[in-house]
Design a protein around this ligand. Sequence first.
Ligand SMILES: Nc1ncnc2c1ncn2[C@@H]1O[C@H](COP(=O)(O)OP(=O)(O)OP(=O)(O)O)[C@@H](O)[C@H]1O
Ligand SMILES: [Mg+2]
Length: 227
Amino acid sequence: MIPPLLILRNITLSLGDTNLLSGAELIVSKRDRICLVGRNGSGKSTLLKIAAGQVEADDGERYVEPGATLRYLPQEPNLTGYETTRAYAEGELAPGDDPHRAQYLLEQLGLTGEENPLTLSGGEARRCAIARTLTSEPDILFLDEPTNHLDLPAIEWLENELKNSRSALVLVSHDRRFLENLSRRTVWLNMGVTQQIEKSFTAFEPWRDKWFEQEELNRHKLDRKIA
Ligand SMILES: Nc1ncnc2c1ncn2[C@@H]1O[C@H](COP(=O)(O)OP(=O)(O)OP(=O)(O)O)[C@@H](O)[C@H]1O
Ligand SMILES: [Mg+2]
C-alpha cells in the first residue's frame, strides 16, 4: 500500500466556548480528489487551514510525508504588500518551477500582470490568487472556495486545469457542479467530526439525509427506552 501524503487524526479546536472541531480526520493520498463539505460555519476553512499547516489544532495528530509539497488557496486571499499582480502571482515560485508560468496563468485568467493588487475587484483578486496557487504542481493542493466571484468561463477553465493536474486535491466550495465534476471522495464535517464516502459530491445529499433519518430514529429509540 502507498502511504498517505497527509494524515489528520482526532483534531480538536475550540474557539471561545465552542468546540468547533472535536475529533476531525482527513487522510490525503496521491492524486486524491476530495471535497470537504458541511454547513456554513461548520469549520471547513479552519480544518483546511490546519491541514495546510496555517493554523495549529488544540490537539490531535498531523502527519505530512517528509518532502511532500503543499499549496493552499485561502477563502479570502490577502494581496497587500505586492506592487503588481505579477509580483503576487510569482510569490510562491519554487526552485525548478517555470518562471513564465505565473504570467501565462495571469493571462489565461484575464489579467495582464501589471495591475495594482490593491485596486482589484473580488473576482480579479481571486483570479490572481488562483494564478499564484497554480504556478507549480504540488503533491497536495488545498483550495478554499476557488470559484467565488468567478464567471462561468473562468470556472470551466479552472475545472479543466484541476482535472489535468497531478496534485491531490482537497476542495471546499459552494459550487455544486464544480464539486460534482471534480470530486471522487466526499468528507462531511458535521458537528465537529468528519465522516466520508468514497463517492463524488453527487452522492452527498442522499447520504446526509439518510444519516439524519437514522439519527432521528436512534433518538426515538433512546427516548422510549428512557421512558
Ligand atoms: N480566528 C477566529 N476567531 C474566532 N472565531 C473564528 C475564527 N475563525 C473562524 N471562527 C469561527 O469559527 C466558525 C467556523 O469558521 P470556518 O470559517 O472554519 O467555517 P466554514 O465552514 O469555512 O464556513 P463558510 O462555509 O461560511 O466558509 C465560524 O463560526 C467562525 O465565525
Ligand atoms: Mg469557509
